[in-house]
Design a protein around this ligand. Structure first.
Ligand code: 4AD
Ligand code: MG
Length: 450
């Protein structure tokens, strides 16, 4: 027998009128039964709030409620009535209940609170908890906001390949792709992509404004709270654009998607502010209202050297910026998002545009409080000869980049793009402090269960 049509709890609560008949489906979050009345809290993932189901003696009775266990899947029908309890304006007076899937008492989410670590071992059940249902609703809203942002601005979404022929970032953090015999299936070496950038540049050279948005893979053996082996990246690329155009786009982008998620998931965001990280909402407010700052790498290094702080990693012009430095800059010095520009060329990838000083490249990283880098981008080297000599200078094989180099021979343009780590942005928005807790099924060193 069909359990449809059903209404979501979200839409039921937002359009409710007294006496309205509805059929709801979901999982029981809580149960309270006394002699004269039974209450079940029902959730279907559509919203943070549960709806209260009331079983009175006069209708189907408290025995019906008694038979339903926490965690069970049920379908109910009833009438919406104003709620007498606090919290919610409406409750459902139930007159029919169907136990679709029972739930025995070894259900791992029996008790109310669980650590995030415990719930990682229960990745198949954690979407049924408040925190994780909120996280994954925000994840959905952020993905939708990203597409809306670019579509509204006439950027075309390009599906760049997952199986790649080269190491875009040149960092050697590749997963190899072979068939089960370990053979050379494609006739050339092939890998899981670390970035769609090189491929998406070809489309920028035809469509002007494009973006790619999908999974990327890095065999990065750093077991940190901010790195995953499989993560999503959003990479816009604009032809006829320079670094300043790119920075302007990135700032509008972060601001607009933040605003959009906040509007769409107000209830979930309030939950994060109360239970996950106090101050998330004020950070969101600042992100949306205050202009982002900007400084060069040389200025940033100067600030760090004058800060009087002791850091684990060495400071000095030419030294790398590590997470501790990035966090100091965004968290303590600027107290908000900051674009760092003009990095020394040897700290960055081969494709970045060499500046007139011949020492720095037209690169930018966006640093934010708590996380450090969330965006990495640059203007691209559009001059065929400069690109070629950079590949050679780095001792890289020139041949695999033949098509990339041809883009510089046939109608080249100044162009620029960036990559936003989708999970890092989620961490920024929700206050969740481990990347494993914003990915449905995280893949990190030593861990690919589920
Ligand atoms: O700075 P990255 O390496 O830049 C690129 O890949 C460029 N090709 C992007 C472009 O210009 N189109 O990576 C971009 C962002 C980082 O700023 C970070 O937020 C995220 O991707 N990121 C990771 N997120 C989670 N786990 C990892 N292992 C990540 N590595 C990078
Ligand atoms: Mg980077």
């Amino acid at each position: 027998m069909s359990l449809r049509p059903r209404t979501s709890i979200r839409s039921t609560l937002s359009t409710a009128t007294e006496g309205q008949r509805v059929r709801l489906t979901g999982w029981v979050r809580n149960k309270r039964v006394s002699k004269n009345v039974g209450f079940l809290e029902l959730n279907d993932g559509s919203t943070l709030a549960n709806i209260q189901l009331v079983f009175g003696k006069d209708d189907i009775g408290t025995d019906a409620a008694e038979a339903v266990d926490k965690g069970a899947a049920i379908a109910v029908e009833g009438t919406l009535v104003p709620s007498r309890g606090k919290g919610q304006p409406w409750e459902l007076k139930v007159d029919s209940v169907d136990i679709v899937g029972a739930c025995p008492d070894d259900y791992p989410l029996q008790t109310k609170r669980h650590s995030f670590e415990f719930l990682r071992e229960k990745a198949h059940l954690r979407p049924r908890t408040r925190t994780f249902s909120a996280v994954f609703r925000v994840r959905n809203a952020l993905a939708a906001a990203i597409h809306e942002f670019f579509q509204k601005r006439e950027f075309q979404w390009i599906h760049t390949p997952i199986i790649a022929a080269s190491d875009c970032e040149g960092a050697g953090e590749l997963f190899r792709v072979t068939d089960l015999e370990g053979g050379n299936f494609f006739g050339t070496e092939s890998f899981l992509t670390v970035s769609g950038q090189l491929n998406v540049e070809t489309f920028a050279s035809a469509f002007t404004d494009v973006y790619t948005f999908g999974p990327t893979f890095r065999a990065e053996n750093s077991n940190t709270a901010r790195h995953a082996a499989e993560f999503w990246m959003v990479e816009p690329e604009m032809a006829f654009a320079d670094l300043d155009d790119l920075i302007a786009l990135a700032e509008d982008f972060i601001r607009e998607v933040t605003l959009s998620v906040h509007e769409r998931c107000a209830e979930d965001m309030a939950f994060f502010d109360q239970w996950v990280e106090r101050g998330v909402l004020s950070r969101v407010h600042d992100t949306v209202t205050k202009p982002f700052e900007r400084m060069t790498y040389a200025e940033a290094m100067d600030v760090l050297m004058k800060s009087g702080r002791t850091f684990e990693y060495k400071l000095g012009q030419g030294e790398e910026l590590h997470t501790e430095h990035e966090r100091f800059l965004a968290e303590d010095y600027v107290k908000g998002p900051v674009f760092i520009t003009d990095y020394p060329k040897d700290q960055k990838a081969f494709y970045m545009r060499l500046s007139d000083d011949e020492q720095t490249v037209a690169a930018t990283d966006l640093l934010v409080p708590r996380l450090g880098e969330i965006i990495g981008g640059s203007q691209r080297e559009e001059r065929a000869d400069v690109l070629e000599s950079e590949l050679v200078r780095r001792g890289m094989e020139v041949a695999p980049y033949w098509w990339y180099r041809e883009l510089r021979r046939y109608g080249t343009t100044p162009h620029a793009g960036f990559g936003l780590g989708f999970e890092r942005m989620l961490m920024y928005l929700t206050g969740m402090s481990n990347i494993r807790d914003v990915i449905p099924f995280p893949r990190t060193p030593g861990q690919a269960d589920f």
